[in-house]
Design a protein around this ligand. Structure first.
Ligand code: B16
Ligand code: MG
Length: 218
């Protein structure tokens, strides 16, 4: 029986995935790495330093930068990203999410957050959703990022549930892989081609309701 939900943040609860992409695109242009839809999708759910590495690799530039220069590039990206986050309000919550959170909470499901983002607490604050997520996996404690199962296993552990009692919700291919490897039921939101391994697919957040989930699990 399902007793809890482990949520991704960027791209599921809010539209920050667009801000991440925008800020990374600037870095790619600066270093002269090619930007593509595949790269953009592949970066979703990937940690900050791993994302930078993917961008540099796309331009065969990985060995052109020292460790310190890489940290400087990642820091610059984060500064640009945080400027966008600073403008955020509860209007940046994706359609239907607030109602869905209220609905699952009133049905007694437990909730935790499995975001790769070190900025997750700040983003939740801007969205005024902090009270829904007393349990947040701290990405600093992870030895491996998505697609490794660690983050979704910790998300279940934080609410004292077994993975099979949890549904994980993701917008990223790497995230769906992580949920599946953790042994949870996966919901993929967005492009069905990219999220083909998800147990349940929704085109957008507005379609994600308890009734629609139950229909797809039957
Ligand atoms: P930060 P999620 C991920 O968050 C984003 O999808 C990804 O684009 C970003 O690089 C990563 O967080 C790290 O974020 O630089 O803020 O620590 O989708 O797992 O909520
Ligand atoms: Mg995401």
């Amino acid at each position: 029986d399902i007793k809890g939900f482990v949520f991704d943040l960027d791209g599921v609860i809010t539209d920050t995935s667009v801000f991440h992409s925008q800020a990374w695109h600037q870095v790619a242009d600066k270093v002269g790495a090619p930007w593509s839809k595949e790269l953009e999708d592949g970066l979703k759910g990937i940690s900050r330093m791993d994302s930078l590495e993917m961008i540099l690799k796309a331009g065969n530039l990985s060995d052109q930068y020292t460790e310190d220069q890489k940290i400087a590039l990642a820091t610059e990206k984060n500064t640009n990203y945080l400027k966008l986050v600073d403008q955020m309000t509860p209007d940046n919550i994706l359609p239907g999410i607030k109602d869905f959170l209220d609905d699952i909470q009133s049905h007694g499901y437990l909730l935790s957050l499995a975001s790769a983002s070190k900025n997750a607490p700040k983003v939740l604050e801007k969205l005024q959703l902090t009270t829904y997520f007393p349990k947040i996996v701290d990405p600093k404690t992870l030895s491996k990022g998505k697609p490794d199962p660690e983050i979704y296993l910790k998300g279940a552990e934080l609410i004292n549930l077994k993975p099979e009692q949890c549904i994980g919700v993701e917008d990223a291919g790497a995230g769906v892989e992580s949920i599946n490897a953790a042994g949870e039921t996966s919901i993929g939101i967005g492009d069905k081609q990219i999220l083909k391994d998800a147990d349940i697919n929704f085109e957008d957040t507005g379609e994600m309701t308890l009734t629609n989930i139950q229909k797809q699990m039957a």
